[in-house]
Design a protein around this ligand. Structure first.
Ligand SMILES: *[C@@H]1O[C@H](CO)[C@@H](O)[C@H](O)[C@H]1NC(C)=O
Ligand SMILES: *[C@@H]1O[C@H](CO)[C@@H](O)[C@H](O)[C@H]1NC(C)=O
Ligand SMILES: *[C@@H]1O[C@H](CO)[C@@H](O)[C@H](O)[C@H]1NC(C)=O
Ligand SMILES: *[C@@H]1O[C@H](CO)[C@@H](O)[C@H](O)[C@H]1NC(C)=O
Ligand SMILES: *[C@@H]1O[C@H](CO)[C@@H](O)[C@H](O)[C@H]1NC(C)=O
Ligand SMILES: *[C@@H]1O[C@H](CO)[C@@H](O)[C@H](O)[C@H]1NC(C)=O
Length: 319
């Protein structure tokens, strides 16, 4: 059953966005518009906090938010390149994004959105170094669903070797490293344990933040699943989530259930100091990989609302 569930999960999630390394845009092939960031100018020179303190006493979230440039916890999953619709999504609390690529839309700067480059997988190794050296984000994000063949698809040891070689040197630039993000299939956390073991003498491969993906329909499960990742004693970013049944039973959420899950999950994450950021899936022009009721953006097929936030999107970015 476990194998079957994992197989179904793999098949059903294999359609999640893969980046186009020519354009730096995930999923849709829109005109190339992402630009590299300017040289680092807005990151602070404050000393890094000791992440091992997480287990000993509560984090000082106000302090942490300043030093990490995470003004709000809300983040945008943005596969749309330099889409003018970004103007509708930038709010004081929603000032982080990533694009599943090393690249960032040029307009992110206009809207004061901190865009984190992502070392998506092996194909991005040629781009990531140059991009990170010019990035103004204090963070670099790691591999996307390496436990899944259709995504980054890396064994823990191959991933650790690549991390040793390419991610760890970013620490000398003062960057914080966001872990690979596995699927929430049962094998996801096993992969992460094996990855950290393969990092050997490099303790947890220098990871500063644990990234977690979660797709299901039940808030209690969400809470217990995210809590289970606290065992690594690091801050947590939920870098993909949606009300989506990938179990194979296709028991998809109604819009009310999507709202309920979002309301409960956001309220809980906002008050939990160990959870620093969350990214709902997603602000897409064409949301086809999950139940479309999760859409934060009206599709371009809707001429009246073209590119504007849905009611769910408005709730999300103004929470
Ligand atoms: C990536 O984008 C380029 C330029 O738009 C396009 O020619 C190419 O077909 C795209 N590749 C994929 C895999 O979509
Ligand atoms: C971006 O930040 C700058 C400096 O804090 C501010 O002057 C500007 O109004 C902000 N722009 C937006 C769109 O929020
Ligand atoms: C980084 O920025 C510098 C200065 O703007 C530029 O010359 C260089 O090409 C950039 N690096 C990459 C990889 O684009
Ligand atoms: C990564 O580097 C550490 C420290 O040198 C080493 O112990 C570990 O074996 C390396 N892992 C891989 C997979 O190369
Ligand atoms: C949305 O994406 C699906 C799957 O890639 C595609 O078949 C469909 O034509 C797209 N719709 C629009 C309006 O772009
Ligand atoms: C931003 O988040 C804070 C803390 O959760 C909340 O008190 C505030 O109302 C939010 N701001 C907006 C504009 O929604």
């Amino acid at each position: 059953m476990r194998r079957l569930a994992a197989l179904l999960f793999a098949i059903l999630t294999a359609a999640l966005p893969a980046p186009n390394y020519t354009t730096g845009i995930a999923v849709q092939s829109k005109p190339a518009a992402c630009e590299l960031d300017e040289p680092c100018s807005q990151s602070t020179n404050r000393p890094a906090s000791d992440p091992s303190s997480v287990s000993h006493h509560p984090l000082d979230t106000s302090e942490r938010k300043v030093e990490n440039s995470l003004v709000g916890k809300c983040g945008l999953l943005w596969p749309n390149g330099d889409d003018p619709a970004l103007q509708y999504f930038a709010t004081p609390n929603c000032t982080n994004m990533y694009t599943w690529t090393p690249y960032c839309p040029q307009s992110a700067k206009t809207y004061n959105i901190t865009c984190h480059p992502m070392f998506w997988g092996a194909n991005a190794e040629g781009q990531i170094v140059g991009v990170v050296s010019n990035s103004s984000s204090p963070y670099v994000m790691g591999f996307n669903e390496p436990d899944l063949a259709g995504q980054a698809g890396l064994s823990p040891s191959d991933a650790a070797a690549m991390w040793n070689r390419t991610m760890l040197p970013f620490k000398t630039l003062g960057k914080k490293l966001v872990s690979p993000a596995t699927t929430n299939a049962p094998e996801g956390m096993d992969w992460m344990d094996d990855f950290f073991a393969a990092c050997g003498g490099n303790d947890m491969c220098g990871v500063d933040v644990i990234a977690v993906h979660w797709y299901s329909t039940d808030f209690g499960y969400f809470q217990s699943y995210v809590n289970s990742w606290k065992k690594y004693n690091k801050p947590i970013w939920v870098t993909e989530m949606a009300c989506q049944d990938f179990s194979g039973n296709n028991q998809q959420c109604t819009l009310d259930q999507v709202f309920d899950l979002m309301e409960q999950a956001l309220a809980w994450m906002e008050q939990d100091p160990q959870i620093e950021a969350y990214y709902w899936f997603g602000a897409f022009r064409n949301l086809t990989n999950v139940n479309p009721l999760n859409a934060l953006m009206y599709p371009q097929t809707d001429p009246q609302h073209n590119g504007r936030p849905t009611d769910l999107g408005l709730y999300y970015i103004n929470n």
